[in-house]
Write a protein that binds this ligand. Structure first.
Ligand code: GLC
Length: 696
């Protein structure tokens, strides 16, 4: 439809029809068609007429293509202007075929895995009938007590920006109107990862300077990559909830970042203004959110019953409704929904997509590339013929998919036991009879994700007791760790001869873990979040700002704890391999000027006897800056596969923008002077190789 036709359509719509386009209701309310609302929605006196007018449906449960198609057709036909509803769904790390959790995908340090995961998830969900995914989540996360760290690519703004943009591109595949694509809704804008003490739904306290330097950049990158919608976070900035925060949703998102798509609230977030105490009722909440720049109301039923009334009472201008409604119509038009409201109604086609072996292969490769080898005292890989005991909570469990797995096919998820039992190279036996013990344990997948904050992110007492018993047998214990967040492993580490962090590896995770344990390929994941030594260190991340007294040897009064080291157990970016790598360390001095990037070249050699992937990371430290800056910050990374004895030369192009700092007004403070660079394989890499002289 042309933009003129869209505007003509808008002009033909009544106020109620325009307001209803800004409401999202659950698919479950419409399963009986528009004739009788089903489920709890009857309590919200959703009439068949109001259901027919609603602009969007949230897919609140596993359904198949024919069911989705029937609902969309019924609502489109019932609408006075035959405007189709837009169907939205959480496709966070796959849809039916589950990929590793996004925190694990971040650990690949390779955008290709992020893009492929998003591509596969979008293809499967689109075949079912979805039009939009509420993904990627690009919250920068630094607090393992918060359960939602699993949904993020990690603690680094650079890593979150790169992986998030790759996921947006994978989701849209260049054309969100294609039957295999979805539109991408990025979230949660912004600063949700700062929830106080890691406690879910707690307030945040963040400066605008910190937003500009840390929390906005991943959203800017995703907007540039083509994000179609933005979801404000449940939290507030400057004590104004993001969902009705004009500075966030209009000045910054649209004015500074140039976003032109649709803003949609998180679940019932307008209604939650009453909990924040900034709205007395849903009607006031509707006014505040519309004035603040929120286009669509997910499930709070503030907009549906109140927007038209607010206009008639002169409380808000109809122009605000028109602008929001036009953005929703433009989104539907961009997706081709006016011509093709239903992309697929064939269960056979959906099944063909869901059983595509290429998707399973991609999930396997992502799982194998995301596991992080944290310790290995020459135990892994296991030699053929080894006798191994496979024990622990996750040894024979299909619950290795992680959170946000509503539509996952668990029945086809192999357990570790099934996978290892199928491998003739290994004999499974009892701990007493084994040469090596594989101890598969960690978090329960239901204890991760939204609403799953923990004060003690660590192995349970029972798991530690079992580990102690196994260790006392005097045989090497390999900890196969399952987690949706960094866990405190300080007490477990000495009892293990090897530790493989498997995160939640998804549908093909068991076979991927076996492939790594048996040496079919080498682990190559690197930590996307720091693993602290103690809970008391949280939040602990690689890019902390410099303090007044970083260290004063021999003094008591400097940046330290008296009861614990300040160092992490495992730093950001850390990960071992079965092979070894050497980086050339010649010191290179380069000048970086505005508009002309510097190029850092590093040679990396696989000095071992098996293939492996190195993850090169570039960290920067500005020696001097008008604003306090991080002591080190990841600014670039590259994953490179190398055969034994193979050498590759890797080039990194560094620009001033990568080193830019921003003040409280968002104005850039261009770096000048000397910048030390460290090129290495984790955040402990020394500043020894490269120096940038930056000219204004
Ligand atoms: C949830 C989450 C959000 C999700 C939405 C829809 O509360 O905060 O990430 O996309 O509701 O399920």
């Amino acid at each position: 439809m042309t933009s003129t036709a869209l505007k003509t359509l808008l002009q033909a719509m009544t106020l109620e029809e325009k307001a209803a386009q800004l409401a999202q209701i659950p698919m479950s309310a419409c399963l009986g068609g528009v004739s009788e609302p089903t489920g709890p929605m009857t309590a919200l006196n959703l009439t068949p007429e109001s259901i027919a007018l609603c602009g969007s449906l949230i897919a609140d449960g596993p359904l198949d293509a024919p069911s989705y198609a029937a609902v969309v057709r019924a609502l489109t036909n019932a609408h006075p202007h035959h405007i189709p509803p837009i169907v939205m769904k959480d496709v966070i790390h796959g849809h039916r075929t589950m990929f590793p959790i996004p925190l694990a995908i971040g650990a690949t340090f390779d955008e290709r895995f992020a893009s492929r995961m998003a591509r596969c998830g979008a293809r499967e969900a689109a075949a079912m009938g979805a039009h939009v995914t509420f993904s990627p989540m690009v919250d920068v996360v630094r607090d393992p007590r918060w359960g939602r760290v699993m949904e993020s690519p990690g603690e680094s703004p650079t890593l979150c920006a790169a992986m998030g943009a790759a996921m947006v591109k994978g989701t849209r595949n260049g054309d969100p109107s294609h039957p295999d694509s979805l539109a991408a809704c990025i979230k949660h804008y912004a600063g949700y990862g700062l929830s106080q003490a890691g406690q879910e739904y707690s307030p945040i306290d963040v400066s605008r300077t910190e937003l500009f330097n840390t929390y906005f950049p991943p959203f800017e990158a995703c907007v540039k990559a083509g994000a179609d919608l933005v979801m404000p976070a449940f939290v507030g900035v400057d004590r104004v909830p993001c969902v009705c925060n004009g500075w966030m949703l209009k000045d910054i998102l649209r004015g500074r970042m140039g976003f032109e798509g649709v803003t949609i609230s998180d679940w019932d977030d307008p209604g939650q203004l009453r909990n924040h105490g900034v709205a007395a009722d849903l009607k006031e909440a509707a006014r505040l959110c519309m004035e603040g720049g929120l286009d669509m109301d997910m499930m709070s039923f503030a907009y549906l019953p109140h927007l038209a009334q607010l206009v008639r009472e002169g409380e808000i201008s109809e122009q605000l409704i028109d602008e929001a409604c036009l953005r929703v119509l433009e989104l539907k038009n961009k997706l081709g929904l006016f011509e093709t409201p239903v992309r697929n109604d064939s269960a056979a086609y959906q099944q063909a997509v869901l059983s595509d072996p290429e998707t399973k292969k991609a999930a396997f490769e992502a799982a194998a590339a995301s596991c992080v080898l944290l310790k290995n005292e020459n135990v892994l890989p296991l030699r053929p013929g080894a006798k191994a005991a496979l024990v622990g909570d996750h040894a024979d469990s299909r619950a290795i998919l992680g959170g946000w797995t509503l539509d996952a096919d668990r029945s086809s998820t192999r357990t570790l036991f099934e996978s290892f039992a199928s491998d003739p190279r290994i004999t499974l036996t009892t701990p007493g009879d084994a040469d090596v013990i594989l101890f598969a344990c960690g978090e329960r997948e239901q204890d991760t994700g939204e609403g799953q904050s923990k004060t003690r992110p660590q192995l349970t007492g029972a798991q530690m007791d079992e580990l102690s018993r196994l260790s006392a047998l005097g045989k090497p214990v390999v900890l196969l760790l399952f987690c949706g967040r960094p866990l405190i492993l300080t007490k477990a580490e000495p009892l293990c001869s090897a530790i493989l962090n498997c995160w939640f590896p998804g549908s093909e995770g068991a076979d991927a873990i076996r492939a790594l344990v048996m040496g079919d390929q080498s682990p190559s994941g690197h930590l996307s979040m720091t693993f602290p030594r103690a809970i008391g260190q949280i939040p602990l991340h690689h890019d902390r700002l410099s303090g007044a007294r970083p260290h004063l040897d021999g003094e008591n009064y400097f940046n330290r704890y008296i009861d614990e080291s300040s160092a992490p157990l495992y730093p950001f970016g850390y990960g071992l391999s079965y092979t070894s790598f050497a980086l050339d360390s010649k010191v290179v001095k380069q000048t970086l000027c505005a508009g002309s990037p510097a190029v850092i070249r590093t040679q990396v050699t696989n000095t071992g006897s098996c293939s492996g992937a190195a993850v090169l990371q570039v960290y920067a430290h500005l020696r001097k800056s008008p604003l306090i800056r991080p002591m080190r910050q990841l600014i670039a990374f590259r994953r490179v596969e190398l055969a034994p004895q193979e050498t590759a030369e890797i080039e990194f192009e560094l620009t001033q923008e990568m080193l830019m700092l921003y003040d409280a007004d968002g104005c850039g403070v261009a770096p000048e002077g000397i910048c030390d660079l460290a090129v290495g394989m984790d955040a402990d890499a020394p500043f020894a190789q490269h120096i940038l002289c930056i000219r204004g």
